[in-house]
Design a protein around this ligand. Structure first.
Ligand SMILES: Cc1cc2nc3c(=O)[nH]c(=O)nc-3n(C[C@H](O)[C@H](O)[C@H](O)COP(=O)(O)OP(=O)(O)OC[C@H]3O[C@@H](n4cnc5c(N)ncnc54)[C@H](O)[C@@H]3O)c2cc1C
Length: 578
């Protein structure tokens, strides 16, 4: 059943599992655990329903980047000043809606490198997280469907390595653009940028066609793919939304170990608190900000830090809220000799209205497809790079894990700059995908409704700054390729010297919105918050399944790794209670 107010929840209802957060990972668990008709499951979500007011922003693929920040779908977090980015406070979107961040993200679907999974397995001491064993869960997650424009996708991906029967819809670009052939020509002209027939093979290096979580003309999210179908077809799954978990409640002790099977929740800071209890487990899937915040509010965290905000430590867990890692992004634009369809729509007005009309009349056109890019590419720094030498070690997970990403925008792509009111543009987005900067998330108050202090320390290290510089130089070499000779007409910004690039970075770099590892897995309770089975150290009844639990950030766009990991986590939980 679906409730939008905790006062409506049936009293004295015994749940086997309580899942905190109806986000990307949480909804996979809700759907998979409720497959067992003997188990009763409650999902508690702070945010809103995924339909209703302004829902075109989270349904129409091209409008995805407008779903946050500053909307009712977003928690509307802001970082504290970021030293490397001219001390700016950066908006840091997180989905506040069924589906969580999968309902507001840019829909890029990349499994990342097999080395990332193998490294997870090594750190966790469980090779079940490694590539070979987890690959079946990638198939289980995915339902690859034809591109929305019906074009022939032969040669644009390798069908054998994709799932066709899972819940989450994925597809290749549904609107072809006038740069697509040029991007592919570069792969024939310039050996620095080779073609990769499918970046989802476990080896993402090179330039591939991009896969998105789009089916037909609509976004596919963990809400549309997993949660809503399960709610509509099963009686053993309850959802309450508009309801924030305020803390975990200790329900007893197992010897000297505290058991946390109780959950407290409310609609607002001053409103009535409600509680529910799980007979088996409470599962934290509140994301990289929500999960550490709830742990800290419950007295699970660094003892001294908790004391400062007046919370008594029940479990001294030093890594809660530490190791916050994110991918910094920088967009560079060139002026282009083209009439691209993207720029006029981004400026709004008539072009946007016409696009919407076409969308509603035919389900086709620019708005029906992801506008971020039609290709996506991942690269490593050269083995003898002085940037790697200066860092002392390679921060990536291994030989198929990239250090940086380039994506190609048929228009003025930006998430931080004002869009010029005239002209046509070509953009390349550079992302550092194996960063070494680490930040923190800490409580600002013991009031659960006060946002935590978010400090990702973006571009804090020389490695990250120099790798970003390397990526920008690579994007310039890409644009100088013959294939773009009669297309790109000039630079939009002057980025010739290293100082100019560093200055531009300090002004315009931002987050790609991939926070990770704030309650990371490590076998050692001093080094991590949860063990290899995702159970919170030195507690009973508590598991973490979301981006916060990853021991490090995967080198790519992380929603696919999170879906895949949550699919396996569901089986780990089922096995634990078999
Ligand atoms: C704007 C944006 C663009 C992105 N683009 C891409 C992309 O193109 N490709 C990609 O792979 N990744 C992308 N990402 C990242 C990706 O979407 C996230 O890494 C992933 O969805 C996180 O999954 P999660 O399950 O850890 O958390 P979430 O999906 O964020 O789920 C957490 C859920 O918990 C809820 N919650 C939090 N606290 C509480 C509480 N106290 N009580 C109850 N509920 C709570 C939240 O409201 C949310 O619904 C993007 C993210 C954003 C925000």
């Amino acid at each position: 059943a679906i409730y939008n107010d905790p006062s409506q929840l049936p009293r004295h209802n015994a749940y086997d599992f309580i899942i905190i957060g109806a986000g990307t990972a949480g909804n996979v668990l809700a759907a998979r655990l409720s497959e067992n008709p003997r188990w009763k499951i409650l999902v508690i979500e702070a945010g809103r329903y995924n339909e209703g007011f302004q829902d075109e922003l989270i349904k129409i693929p091209f409008l995805g980047p407008q779903a946050a920040p500053g909307t009712s779908f977003d928690w509307n977090y802001t970082t504290i000043p970021q030293a490397a980015i001219n001390n700016q406070n950066i908006p840091f979107p997180r989905g506040y809606v069924l589906g969580g961040s999968s309902s507001i993200n840019y829909m890029v679907y990349t499994r990342c490198s097999k080395n990332d999974y193998d490294r997870f397995g090594e750190i966790a001491g469980d090779d079940g997280w490694g590539w070979d064993k987890i690959l079946p869960y990638a198939f289980k997650n995915e339902k690859h469907v034809p591109p929305n424009d019906g074009h022939n996708e032969t040669g644009e991906y390798i069908p054998e390595i994709h799932g066709f029967h899972g819940p989450l819809l994925t597809s290749l670009p549904g609107f072809l653009t006038d740069i697509d052939d040029r991007v592919l020509k570069v792969t024939q002209q310039n050996p620095e940028f080779p073609f990769n027939p499918d970046y989802n093979s476990g080896d993402p290096l090179g330039i591939s066609w991009m896969h998105s979580t789009v089916g037909g003309p609509l976004r596919s999210s963990s809400a549309t793919a997993y949660l809503i179908p399960a709610l509509h077809s099963r009686h053993n799954l309850d959802l309450v939304y508009n309801t924030q978990v305020t803390r975990l409640i200790q329900s007893g002790r197992a010897g000297s170990i505290p058991v946390f099977r109780g959950v407290e929740f409310a609609r607002s800071s001053r409103s009535k608190r409600y509680t529910a209890t799980a007979t088996k487990e409470v599962i934290l899937s509140a994301g990289a900000f929500g999960t550490p915040q709830i742990l800290l509010l419950s007295g699970i965290g660094p003892k001294d830090e908790l004391k400062e905000v007046g919370i008594k430590a029940v479990v001294d867990s030093p890594q809660v809220g530490k190791n916050l890692v994110d991918h910094p992004l920088l967009a560079v634009q060139w002026t282009a000799n083209s009439n691209n369809t993207m720029d006029p729509i981004l400026r709004g007005g008539d072009a946007l209205q016409q696009g919407l009309q076409e969308y509603h009349a035919t389900g086709q056109g620019r708005l029906a497809a992801n506008g971020v890019s039609n290709h996506m590419s991942f690269f490593r720094l050269p083995d003898d790079s002085p940037i790697l030498a200066a860092n002392g070690h390679d921060p990536s997970s291994g030989g198929t894990a990239p250090h940086y990403e380039l994506a190609y925008g048929n228009g003025f792509f930006t998430t931080s700059q004002p869009i010029p009111q005239s002209g046509s543009y070509f953009s390349i987005i550079s992302v550092v995908v194996s960063p070494t900067s680490r930040g923190t998330i800490t409580l600002a108050s013991r009031d659960p409704f006060v946002h935590p202090i978010i400090d990702p320390k973006l571009l804090d290290t020389d490695f990250d700054k120099q790798t970003m510089m390397y990526a920008v130089r690579a994007s310039q070499r890409f644009t100088a390729s013959q294939a773009f000779d009669d297309y790109v007409t000039g630079n939009f910004s002057t980025l010739i010297t290293d100082e100019e690039i560093l200055g531009y970075m300090a002004q315009w770099a931002t987050t790609i919105k991939h926070p990770f590892s704030t309650a990371r897995v490590n076998r050692d309770p001093r080094q991590g918050v949860a063990d290899g089975k995702l159970l919170v150290h030195n507690t009973r009844g508590l598991r973490i399944v979301d981006a916060s639990a990853w021991p490090f950030i995967p080198a790519g766009h992380p929603q696919a790794p999170i879906y895949i990991f949550a699919e396996r986590a569901a089986d780990v939980i089922k096995a634990a209670w078999a």
